[in-house]
Every structure is written in C-alpha cells, then in structure tokens.
Design a protein around this ligand. Sequence first.
Ligand code: UD1
Length: 420
Amino acid sequence: MDKLIINRTLPIDGEVSISGAKNAVLPMICASVMVSKNSVNIRNVPHLHDVTTTLRLLTQMGVTTTMDEQMSISLDASTINNSFAPYDLVKTMRASILVLGPLLAKYGEAKVSLPGGCAIGTRPVSLHIEALKKMGAVIEIENGYISAKCNKLQGTCIEFPKTTVTGTENILMASTLARGKTLIKNAAMEPEVIDLANFLIKMGAKISGHGTSTIEIDGVENLEGVSYSALPDRIETGTFLVAAAITGGRIIVKHAISSHLEAVLKKLQQSGAEIHFTESEIHLDMKGKRPKAIDIDTGPYPQFPTDMQAQLTALNAIADGTSIIRENIFENRFMHVQEMTRMGADIKLDQNRAIVVGKEELVGAQVMATDLRASASLILAGLVAKGKTEIERIYHIDRGYDCIEEKLQQLGADILRVPM
Ligand code: UD1
C-alpha cells in the first residue's frame, strides 16, 4: 500500500488538463450490456480503479473488453454468458448497482450483490428496487443478493420520493428497452445523467427531458454499439480550482465545462478568487490572498455538490472568518473533519453542520484518507499546512482521481507517492 507525502506548496501556479468524468463513464460501461449489434467504444475514459473494477465486473459476465493507450475502451456484449455481479466486486464500488437495470432490461434476469455499508452514510438502493418492481420486475433479496426477473419491463410513471443520481440512471437505462413509455419524475439533473442520456440516444434510445426533473423514455426493441466521448469530470475540475484558491495561487484548468460548476465557481468567487472562463477552460487567480470564509449548503444538482464539500471544508479551515457547512445529502460525510482537526483545524460538528473557524495556519500531520473526496481534501490541506503531511490509505483517491499527484506536481506541488 502506498502513502502520499506532501510538503507545503505556496502558491500553486500552472495549467492542468481534466480527465473524463468517472460518474459518466461508469453508467455508460454498464449500459453497454444492452447492445445487440456492434461494440461500444467509449473515449475520454479516466485512468481510475473504479473504471477497472467496472470492467472486471463486465468481463466476468463474459463481455469482451479492451482498452487502448489513449484510454478508449471497447466493449463487446455479444459474448455475455451470465448476469451475476458478485459481492467481492460490488463491495468495493457501490456504482456496480448500475448493472441491475441494464441486465434486467436486456436479459430478463440479474443477480447483483447488495452494495452494503459505506463510510459516508447508509446509502440504500431501495429506490432503484422499488422502481424496477413498478416496471414489472419480480425482485427478492436473499443472502445479501438482489435477485431480479422479468419477462419484459413495462414502461410506467416512476416518481422518486428523493432525488437519486444512480437510481435515475438505472431506471433511465432499463426503460430504453421497456415496452411503452416511462416517465421519471423528480429525476436527477446532474450533467452525468444528461451525458448518459445522450449516449443512449446515440445508441438508438428515445429519450427527452433529460437535464430537467422529468425524463420521458419511449422503449425501443434494440440498441446498437456506438463511439462516444465522455464529458470532463466536474469534481476533478473543482478540486484543482480549490488547490489554487487555497494556496493563493493561479491555475488554468483545461478541458473543463464551467457551466457544470456554477455553484462551485460562485462560492470560489465569494472567497475572493478572480475567475473567468472560455468554452473549454477555467482561469482562477487568487492573487496571493487568503480566502474569505464561505458558507456551503450541499444539494442535488444544480445546487452545491456534496462531492465538493470536503474540499471546501479544507478551504474554510484556513480562510479568514467563520463558516457553516451543511451536508444535506449524506449523513456521515464529515470523516475528513477529524483528520483536519489533527492538522490544527478548528471545526466543530453539530449534526449535519460543520462550524469552521478559519485558522491562519494548519500544521502537517500523519492522517488517514477515509473516502474518495475526503482524501482529496486532505491533500488540499497538506498543500497549505506547515511542514510535512503524510496521507495513508490513499487507495480511496485512486478510485476517483486520475494521476492526481502527477497533475499536482506539474502545478509545482511538492507531493510524492511512496510505498509504506
Ligand atoms: C451519486 C454519485 C456520488 C454523489 C451522489 C450525490 C455516482 C456513481 N455516484 O451517488 O458521487 O456523491 O450521487 O450527488 O454517480 N437514497 C435513498 N435510497 C436509495 C438511493 C438513494 O435513500 O435507494 C438517498 C441516499 O442515501 C442519499 C440521497 O438519496 O441520501 C442521494 O443519493 P444518490 O443520488 O442515490 O447517490 P448515488 O447515486 O449513490
């Protein structure tokens, strides 16, 4: 197992190129099992453990998967021979639940392990299951597995009582091959949901309303393999912008879509950053200033993303002033706070709120990554902390950030990965 060693780097200065979005690519890989003709080719795929895990999951179902040096993957579902997603793969990545809808829609059966616990909260999948039942699937939970069967899924109206990203994606994929019309109400509006819908449309699906809270799908008989380039990762983009902001630095983020990050850019501007953007770049300049404290309230898109909460907590930890961060999506997503406190941060937790009193300085310490975005926030804190920060359990970061230390090194950061 490796660890990261970071020495204070002030300021970050340079250019970085953003990789494809993990949360767009994972459902696309899963959707490829529904194709009857030709292979699926996905481009702009990030080099991440979660991608490898999803490919392993499909490979053990018999799908032929290949990847080239440009990180373009090819998936041929004509060789599929089972619809089983075992616990040892699903437990490492909750997004594996995204195979459930496509397998059921195409093959009429699926056996997928229940994802189980997760550091950031309970994260059930009952909304996915209830929606598929409403579409006619017979679903039983036995020995930790979801066993689902159907003749052909039937289009219907699914109104989610709570907005769910992967829940929307599972039903969106399943309904492309269902009989008749499906309406998804209170659908997630995340850019990754829109990208998935555009990918499915290119494969022959009939979808409208994606990007709004009501998606309408008219089932078709078959989907065909296509070539598609995934959108850039908005959370990776946001994380690098915070790296510049927290260190008083400046950055040009390339291959980024600013409109996907409006809530984050607004907060960074409030903290004192000068930001402007072109069609595919975001430029941020903090001009050597200490950030001002900013309050954060997380919520479903287009509100402030929970996946950027930990990074903004790090920014507030060294900001001028006191801030309140409200986490409204996951009940236990403050695992980074305890570690930041070990670095000298003044943060108090009160139910779903973190009250952060900005300190002029943090101090390097040995800390532990607890989940994907928490790991990123500890790296950001390490960039400004006096002395040396060592981050253990960094396998979390490799699940979701493509070559993070190489990219930070290009920006001047003193960061090294070393074996433990
Ligand atoms: C997705 C993202 C994740 C992001 C999250 C919220 C992927 C692969 N992951 O996760 O990075 O942090 O959206 O933006 O895209 N819920 C239920 N019952 C369910 C399903 C969800 O109660 O059946 C609750 C969850 O506990 C949570 C809320 O709904 O409180 C939103 O979760 P959801 O949008 O489903 O998150 P994921 O899709 O798992």
